[in-house]
Design a protein around this ligand. Structure first.
Ligand SMILES: *[C@@H]1O[C@H](CO)[C@@H](O)[C@H](O)[C@H]1NC(C)=O
Ligand SMILES: *[C@@H]1O[C@H](CO)[C@@H](O)[C@H](O)[C@H]1NC(C)=O
Length: 304
């Protein structure tokens, strides 16, 4: 955790909020396909590496049976097929397709491999959901949706294997291009310089949540660090399909915050610090998203 000399004067509650124009990213279908392909390359490489790193008996030793291992190979096959499908679709449309990058996944065990797989599939879902509204060609929209449903099945399967609810909420979360890119960028080391530029993606400053996943539920107070300048008004929001759910936030020192998990947020959730208490977009985002796994109300089923 970083502190600076301003620690005693940190934690501004009221400050200047930039009220600039909201610039919407303009994207054509080829841009969106390349955006999807960027994520599919990441997933494809992830499974290829992981299944090269760990053998079936490594999975067995970690408590995952051969049936699970076989299913992971099926998942890897799906991601590889998504890559070749999107690449061909771009080429058929006369557009250059992005190639695979170099990644750093930081995976050192079967457990971290499966946990990261589950998180990546979850992020993939938010990306396809968020991009759906921008796809113009109905054939591409159907194709993207048919990938999305498969990613969500992967995600549910992996979550179940990790003893997390396979479908913790009635709706999944759409995130926008820059929000998704901010989650993916830490895994990307470098990309071929020959890759076409498609959207000018922006990585927001990071948010670090230092609490333990397994214990987080409604009303849990999260310790969050964000390197945000002092004298900035900061609101905390969780993304949902019906709009942001704002959370109580306290500043406890320079860059240190306590955020209380609000009701109505479950499963793989996305915390974003904003300068607005009503609108979350690229202009009002100060930091994040950070992924927070939330058990709901003490892990009670959502129908209760
Ligand atoms: C594979 O192993 C390398 C070397 O330990 C590691 O850096 C990388 O993150 C691993 N990747 C996966 C997906 O398991
Ligand atoms: C949002 O912020 C405005 C301006 O600071 C304030 O007047 C309003 O009460 C706030 N609304 C909520 C729901 O916190």
């Amino acid at each position: 955790m970083k502190f600076n000399s301003q620690i005693l004067t940190a934690c501004a509650i009221f400050g200047l909020t930039a009220a600039g124009p909201i610039l919407k990213k303009r994207s054509g279908d080829a841009d969106i396909l390349n955006y999807a392909l960027t994520l599919e390359h990441l997933e494809d490489t992830f499974y290829r590496q992981g299944l090269a790193n760990f053998t079936e008996s490594d999975f067995n030793d970690a408590g995952y049976d051969s049936h699970f291992y076989k299913n992971l190979m099926e998942v890897a096959y799906d991601e590889k097929t998504h890559v070749s499908f999107l690449t061909s679709a771009l080429q058929a449309a006369g557009a250059a397709a992005v190639a695979e990058c170099t990644y750093a996944f930081g995976v050192d065990s079967v457990e971290t491999f499966i946990a990261t797989a589950s998180v990546l599939e979850g992020v993939g879902i938010t990306a396809y959901l968020g991009a759906a509204a921008h796809i113009a060609n109905p054939a591409y929209l159907t194709a993207a949706a048919s990938i999305l449903t498969v990613e969500s099945r992967h995600n549910a399967y992996l979550r179940d294997a990790l003893n997390k609810s396979p479908f913790p909420q009635a709706f999944d979360v759409p995130l926008d291009y820059d929000e998704v890119y901010s989650l993916a960028a830490p895994f990307i080391v470098s990309c071929p310089s020959s890759n076409p530029t498609f959207l000018t993606l922006k990585e927001f400053p990071g948010l670090t949540v230092s609490s333990q996943d397994a214990k987080i539920k409604t009303n849990t107070v999260l310790d969050v660090y964000a390197n945000i300048p002092d004298d900035t008004t900061v609101y905390a929001s969780f993304a949902t399909v019906t709009g942001p759910v704002f959370a109580e936030i306290q500043c406890t020192g320079h860059g240190d915050y306590e955020v209380t998990v609000p009701a109505g947020v479950h499963g793989q959730s996305y915390l974003i610090f904003t300068s607005s208490n009503s609108t979350v977009n690229d202009d009002t985002t100060l930091a994040g998203p950070a992924i927070v796994e939330i058990k709901g109300t003490d892990g009670a089923p959502k129908y209760a």
